[in-house]
Ligand binder design. Structure first.
Ligand SMILES: N[C@@H](CCC(=O)N[C@@H](CS)C(=O)NCC(=O)O)C(=O)O
Length: 203
């Protein structure tokens, strides 16, 4: 398998951490794609119709995109350790937490950074400062809500480390590009993040 990826891009990182947690990172060939140029050329658009990463090229040549869909595929062929739930009910609740983090924390952070950081101006044309400001406010508000939730349980989805922790970790790390380090203002996030960073996949 090949993973089309890009340095510091948070979505491919979600897949990279997932592969590391599964212990199969070294079995996958990483192919770096330059997002503003190469990703928009026909070669990559054959892999992803919107010119994005990550894309996982399967051994039979099929191209699978969308971080969560890629993780679902990997979880199916490498079920251990389990990261997405062992039965239908567990899977539904883990998906709920993962999507809540993705839609209500990751997306506002991504929109804030994409619409304000000069280094990402080539990806958002035009950058919209009002949308950046509104997204920043949402990101800060929703991160505070996640902090309260992490005071009640050790991991995003409950007692166990799951894909939802990977999504939150990648989202919060990306916020550093906006000089926002939630772990410096939120005690529960700080404790949770320390725990995540002790895992071999994250060290
Ligand atoms: N929903 C997609 C999002 C993919 C995505 O937007 N990836 C970013 C990198 S984090 C990208 O390719 N950006 C290039 C661009 O904006 O043109 C996923 O979960 O994989």
């Amino acid at each position: 398998m090949k993973l089309y990826t890009a340095k510091i891009a948070p979505n491919p990182l979600r897949v990279e951490y997932f592969l590391k947690e599964k212990g199969i990172f070294d079995e996958v060939e990483l192919v770096q794609v330059e997002l503003a140029t190469e990703a928009k050329e026909p070669g990559h658009q054959k892999r992803h119709i919107f010119g994005r990463v990550p894309v996982l090229e399967l051994d039979d040549g099929q191209m699978l995109s969308e971080s969560r869909a890629i993780c679902t595929y990997i979880e199916e062929i490498y079920p251990n350790p389990n990261l997405m739930g062992k039965n239908g009910v567990e899977r539904a609740f883990i998906e709920m937490h993962d999507r809540q983090v993705e839609f209500h924390v990751f997306f506002p952070i991504a929109n804030w950074i994409r619409h304000s950081h000069p280094g990402l101006a080539d990806l958002e044309i035009p950058q919209c400062p009002d949308w950046a400001a509104s997204s920043e406010a949402t990101a800060r508000k929703n991160t505070a809500i996640i902090d309260v939730e992490l005071g009640k349980k050790p991991y995003v989805a409950g007692d166990n480390f799951t894909i939802a922790d990977i999504t939150l970790y990648c989202a919060l790390n990306f916020a550093r590009l906006g000089r926002f380090k939630p772990w410096e203002e939120h005690a529960n996030i700080a404790i949770w993040r320390e725990k995540i960073m002790e895992r071999p996949a994250f060290s």
